[in-house]
Design a protein around this ligand. Structure first.
Ligand code: ZN
Ligand code: ZN
Length: 147
């Protein structure tokens, strides 16, 4: 097969579906490959991962919706501290201590840290948060109580 390049950016292509479909490794443009002629195959970003999988491609990383952290705490309206770790985004409220993982655009899933033996353990909490990427900070008050 002759060397083909992305029609949009001249990037390298990868193929699926018995070379029937091509995707650019650089810009993710999709093409139909008929008799070595590339025809652009526009896909909607919302359905892209499903289409890519249906055609035999691994879903492109850029299709993953990056979590978007809300700006401030719902409990006490204080601006969040935000850290990113791998593909995850975490928020910590500097006032009430609410610790959450961001899901999608603005969704928060609370993270309840249970220390060995249970109860409230500021050192364990601070260490856990440091592992996520926050600055080490021992709270005086348990999570949920503004300090
Ligand atoms: Zn391209
Ligand atoms: Zn708060």
């Amino acid at each position: 097969m002759s060397e083909q390049k992305c029609l949009s950016c001249q990037g390298e292509l990868e193929y699926a579906g018995g070379n029937m479909y091509a995707r650019c490794k650089s810009c993710n443009s999709m093409f139909m490959n008929m008799n070595n002629v590339l025809t652009p195959y526009p896909v909607d970003e919302a359905t892209r991962p499903m289409i890519e999988q249906a055609l035999g491609f691994a879903p492109s990383a850029s299709a993953v919706v990056k979590p978007v952290a809300p700006k401030s705490c719902m409990i006490c309206s204080t601006d969040f501290e935000v850290v990113e770790k791998d593909d995850s985004v975490f928020t910590r409220c500097p006032r009430c201590g609410a610790l959450s993982q961001v899901q999608g655009a603005g969704g928060l899933v609370p993270i309840n840290v249970t220390p060995p033996g249970g109860g409230w353990n500021p050192k364990f909490q601070a260490m856990f948060e440091k592992e996520l990427g926050f600055t080490y900070k021992e709270r005086k008050m348990p999570i949920g109580i503004p300090e």
